[in-house]
Design a protein around this ligand. Structure first.
Ligand SMILES: Cc1cc2nc3c(=O)[nH]c(=O)nc-3n(C[C@H](O)[C@H](O)[C@H](O)COP(=O)(O)O)c2cc1C
Length: 193
């Protein structure tokens, strides 16, 4: 097994909801025995949270897995994240992310406001990079129990259903997603030895 397993959690959050999911995913990564690296993208949005550093191309190339998070913006990811992926041709040409596990998460204000289209559109650049995309299986009990966020396509939070904080089901599913990506990365690194 490799000495360390680094899982990048790359997200943008303007008002903190997506950041709460990022933190829950980071806990899941830690619980699985890997290292979460919380990163964001550069943004012109002065209101956006600047708690975490901007992801560098070296960090992207060296990661063992990646979880991508965005607020739902008219049914798509935040444009700054799309712009980020459009600047990754170098990594794409080198196959830097090929066969590494990945997943997505989102936060929206309303229940039927486009979470699933956002999550599905977020995994498209991950697939182009050759990543192995993971979701949440229905063997997770919280996926059956949630009355707010949490989808088979990735972790999520619905503000109008859960309030400003994540519901217990949203929190559990976000942690599970982080664990799943980290466990998969650890298993893959064992097979590379
Ligand atoms: C430009 C814009 C577009 C948005 N589009 C949607 C949308 O399509 N559906 C929805 O439910 N919420 C939408 N929202 C609300 C955000 O997705 C929601 O408040 C989210 O939880 C914010 O995440 P954050 O706290 O991490 O910034 C939009 C917000 C903005 C500013």
């Amino acid at each position: 097994m490799s000495v360390s397993c680094n899982i990048i959690i790359l997200y943008y959050s303007r008002n903190g909801s997506t950041q709460q999911l990022a933190d829950a995913i980071a806990n899941g990564v830690r619980k699985a025995g890997a290292e979460p690296i919380l990163r964001t993208v550069s943004s012109d949005d002065a209101a956006a949270s600047a708690r975490d550093l901007v992801l560098t191309s070296d960090e992207l190339a060296q990661c063992d897995g990646l979880v991508l998070g965005s607020p739902t913006r008219f049914g798509h990811m935040y444009s700054g994240l799309q712009q980020f992926w459009e600047q990754t041709s170098k990594e794409w040409l080198r196959g830097a992310l090929v066969d590494k596990p990945a997943a997505a998460f989102t936060s929206s204000s309303s229940m039927h406001g486009g979470q699933e289209s956002t999550l599905l559109s977020m995994i498209v650049p991950l697939l182009h990079h050759g990543m192995m995309v993971l979701g949440l299986p229905y063997t997770e009990p919280e996926l059956q129990q949630t009355t707010a966020g949490g989808t088979p396509y990735g972790a999520s939070h619905v503000e109008h259903a859960a309030g400003s904080r994540l519901s217990k089901h949203e929190l559990a599913l976000a942690e599970q997603l982080g664990k799943r990506v980290a466990k998969t990365a650890l298993r893959l690194s064992e097979h590379e030895e």
